[in-house]
Write a protein that binds this ligand. Structure first.
Ligand code: NAD
Length: 362
């Protein structure tokens, strides 16, 4: 066995139906006096519960968020935080809310309490990202890792199914890439495989009955584990493709994950026999092909499986744009188990564009 180093996340996790009620106590525990609350999805909240809990500590409510954190938005939010002398951020919403909180924490060096309402998993990582000029710049800094994460499954029952399924695939992608990304080790793999198992075991049931708190809770556990797995390792080809697509075309982030993941696994799987066997077991497809199993899960969960179908503000993604995407991905990727060439990425993107059921390349 290879020697390894594993750093456990210092974040506190509070999990349970009704745990939203603990935001005030958690904030008070830090002694924060000037709190900024980012409401990325306040409709998920029962009434004005957070305002009531924070009382006079609430200094600023912010409701504008956007995926991939446009730099202009980050700058405005940072200026507002400075003007209000903010000393803590409470982020409520999906990865877009957490991402904006991280952008502010990065410059202001203040802690975050995160209340996630999707399965993006950003709340468990020290990874931040800001987008400008069609390019998403990411980095890591421990200050952006939320100090407390409050998971309340009740906040997710209203998450529309068209967001739920792809968001769960975003989480699934964190766990899958954690199985082979730089920094992986037996501890991160155990976390990642449990994340895969929890997501694969609950997502179809959530898609059938989106209001069941038990399966919503199981899916949220899977998302938390997957965020932890990503936070303790890194990312590979799959995440790089999604970031390039997101930065260039402003695609719905989670939709890109559900389309690309089976194809990225088909590409990398040929050099990862041990990891792929374990992944197949966690997916409930022991002895089978995990790329195909992920595709089947995507189809069963009614999430996007064709790049040609994805929405971007400028209209449908054109096949003629894929070659430039492939060049950028191959030029920017720093680590992946299999050598990445522009031609290989283009082939992967074309299969994803056409929505072809993948299997591990031989
Ligand atoms: P999002 O936060 O934009 O939310 C998606 C949609 O769901 C939005 O319209 C939002 O209003 C709505 N929504 C959220 N919660 C809801 C609820 N409970 N009920 C009803 N509607 C709700 O998208 P996302 O997929 O959660 O996050 C995507 C962003 O997160 C991207 O920018 C991505 O890069 C980032 N991300 C970062 C990391 C990291 O580690 N840094 C990890 C994963 C994702």
């Amino acid at each position: 066995m290879m020697p390894f180093r594993y750093e456990q996340s210092p974040a506190t996790v509070v999990f349970g139906v009704g745990s939203l009620a603990q935001v005030g106590d958690e904030v008070a525990g830090f002694g924060a006096e000037r709190v900024m609350v980012i409401f990325g999805h306040s409709a998920a909240l029962p009434g004005s519960t957070i305002e009531a809990q924070l009382g006079s500590r609430l200094a600023l409510s912010w409701t504008e968020v956007a995926q991939h954190v446009p730099v202009t938005l980050a700058d405005r939010a940072r200026t507002a935080a400075s003007e209000c002398s903010i000393d803590m951020i409470v982020s409520v919403g999906g990865g877009s809310s957490t991402g904006l909180a991280k952008a502010i924490a990065l410059t202001h060096r203040i802690p975050i309490v995160a209340v996630p309402t999707t399965y993006a998993g950003s709340e468990q990582t020290a990874i931040y990202g800001v987008t400008g000029g069609g390019h998403k710049q990411t980095g890591r800094d421990p200050v952006v890792l939320p100090r407390v994460v409050i998971y309340d499954p009740a906040l997710t029952v209203g998450l529309p199914l068209r967001v739920t399924g792809p968001s769960a695939f975003n989480a699934m992608a964190h766990s899958v890439e954690a199985l082979y990304a730089t920094g992986c080790n037996p501890i991160t793999s155990a976390i990642a495989l449990e994340g895969v198992r929890a997501i694969a075991g609950s997502l179809p049931a959530v898609m059938r009955n989106s209001e069941d708190l038990d399966t919503r809770g199981a899916l949220l556990v899977g998302a938390a584990l997957s965020g932890m797995a990503l936070g303790a390792t890194s990312a590979g080809l799959h995440h790089k493709i999604c970031h390039v697509l997101g930065g260039r075309f402003d695609l719905v982030h989670a939709d890109a994950h559900s389309v690309i993941l089976p194809h990225a696994v088909a590409f990398n799987g040929s050099v990862l026999p041990v990891e792929m066997a374990a992944l197949a077991v966690a997916l409930g497809a022991a002895g089978g092909d995990p790329a195909s199993a992920l595709w089947d899960l995507a189809v069963a969960s009614r999430v996007p499986t064709r790049l040609a179908d994805l929405r971007c503000p400028a209209g449908p993604l054109q096949r003629s744009e894929l070659a430039d995407v492939a060049e950028q991905v191959a030029g920017e990727i720093t680590a992946n188990p299999r050598k990445v060439t522009p031609a290989a990425v283009l082939g992967l993107l074309e299969r994803a564009y056409d929505g072809i059921r993948p299997s591990i390349e031989s």
